[in-house]
Design a protein around this ligand. Structure first.
Ligand SMILES: Cc1ncc(COP(=O)(O)O)c(C=O)c1O
Length: 389
């Protein structure tokens, strides 16, 4: 068993990566410690990089289709990690999940149709419906015992008349695992009110033991009938720059409609490196993933202990899956602008601004990415604590 080294600092500046190379344009300071964009500062695994290198040894990079070996790797992964039994017939390659959601919105809803999301949420869930002329309906989550929970009375009243729910499962911004019971309740409500569901499961593989991810379509017949599930190796293996995702649909009519639309748009061909990388990741990734999840779990513990010790006034939602934490600084009595000033100009760290996840209600909240070497996390936390207390 190779012991992977997640403590290794990797210099990413100068690779045109968003996280480090967009600091100047986004925050006005290229020297900040970036704890924002949701990718990790770990090296992508060698079995993925090697597979890409091997493919590059052939001198022609022409139009390429997903191979049987690719589909076999994908379906075996879905069976093992999602409890989804399928062959390639129920699956379609998509070049990214945000793109997939956009395609689904355009295919399955009309301008003016209502689209439901629960806030705070990954910003494209808010922007895609608005920017495509749909009507955005938001149901705010509650925080109970440090966890996001759905306010079902509010959720159901807002679901009435909606065409589509975009569900983050697990939930970004804090890796909340919804679990079977909650997903079944969502499915009952959506079935009752004729709401289609996109279940975005991009963070699912990063579920931190002992938590267990539940894939939406598996919770009931209704859920399978009215849903599209999006998943990807991109967060799991830190290969988001390759744009490699998959859509699973159980329902024949829905699948024919949406996959026909994807084929018309010409996205079926994907790209060579997305296929190569996904096949390698899903075929050889179990051990790397389990060691990486252990490391992430330690980072989550480190964050929890640090907050208790140095920033007890921060109300945090810590991840049950993935590497994103939601920090609420409202008990410090500072305004949005004062908090931003402290974080950016004093602490010199870049966090995601809570308002981008759902507006002014979150102006004292920030999202922290802890998918990085522990030393970098501690450095960021010390800087924040020194500036805020
Ligand atoms: C919930 C969620 N969906 C989708 C994405 C992005 O997916 P993609 O890069 O495949 O468009 C992210 C990235 O942070 C995310 O958190």
């Amino acid at each position: 068993m190779i012991q992977y080294n997640f403590d290794e600092p990797i210099e990413r500046r100068g690779t045109d990566c968003f996280k480090w190379d967009a600091l100047q344009s986004m925050y006005g300071n290229a020297e900040l410690l970036p704890m924002w964009v949701a990718d990790m500062d770990f090296r992508s695994p060698d079995f993925v990089l090697d597979a890409i290198r091997r493919r590059c040894e052939h001198p022609v990079l022409g139009y390429t289709m997903p191979s049987d070996a690719y589909w076999q790797a994908v379906t075996a992964w879905l069976q093992k990690h999602y409890n989804i039994t399928t062959d390639k017939g129920n699956l379609h390659f998509i070049p990214g999940i945000v793109a997939g959601i956009a395609y689904a919105l355009l295919c399955l809803t009309q301008p003016g149709d209502k689209v439901l999301v629960t806030t705070p949420v990954y910003p494209p869930f808010l922007n895609l419906p608005k920017d495509s002329g749909r009507t955005l309906i938001t149901s705010p989550l509650k925080i109970t015992n440090g966890r996001f929970e759905i306010d079902f009375d509010d959720f159901e009243s807002r679901a009435v008349g909606c065409k589509l729910l975009i569900l983050s499962n697990p939930h970004n911004p804090a890796g909340t695992i919804w679990g079977t019971e909650v997903l079944r309740r969502i499915a009952d409500i959506c079935e009752r009110h004729n709401v289609l569901v996109i279940s975005d499961e991009i963070h699912a593989d990063l579920t931190l033991p002992p938590h267990r991810h539940v894939s939406y379509s598996t919770v009931s017949e209704a859920a399978a009938r009215h849903s599209l599930t999006f998943m990807a190796p991109s967060k799991t293996f830190n290969i988001a720059g390759l744009g490699s995702s998959v859509c699973y649909i159980a329902n024949d009519d829905l699948r024919r409609r949406f996959f026909g639309w994807l084929d018309a748009l010409g996205v079926a061909g994907g790209n060579i490196f997305a296929f190569t990388a996904a096949e390698a990741a899903f075929s050889h990734g179990e051990e790397w993933l389990s060691q990486m999840l252990e490391y992430l779990s330690e980072n989550v513990k480190t964050l929890g202990l640090f907050l208790k010790d140095r920033m007890p006034k921060v109300k945090a939602v810590l991840p049950e899956a993935s590497y994103l934490a939601w920090l609420d600084f409202s008990d410090y009595g500072l305004t949005h602008e004062q908090l931003k000033d402290k974080l950016i100009n004093e602490a010199q760290v870049a966090l995601n601004d809570g308002t981008t996840f759902g507006g002014a209600a979150y102006e004292c909240c920030f999202r922290l990415n802890l998918g990085c070497p522990r030393q970098m996390l501690l450095d960021a936390l010390n800087r924040i604590a020194d500036s805020i207390s």
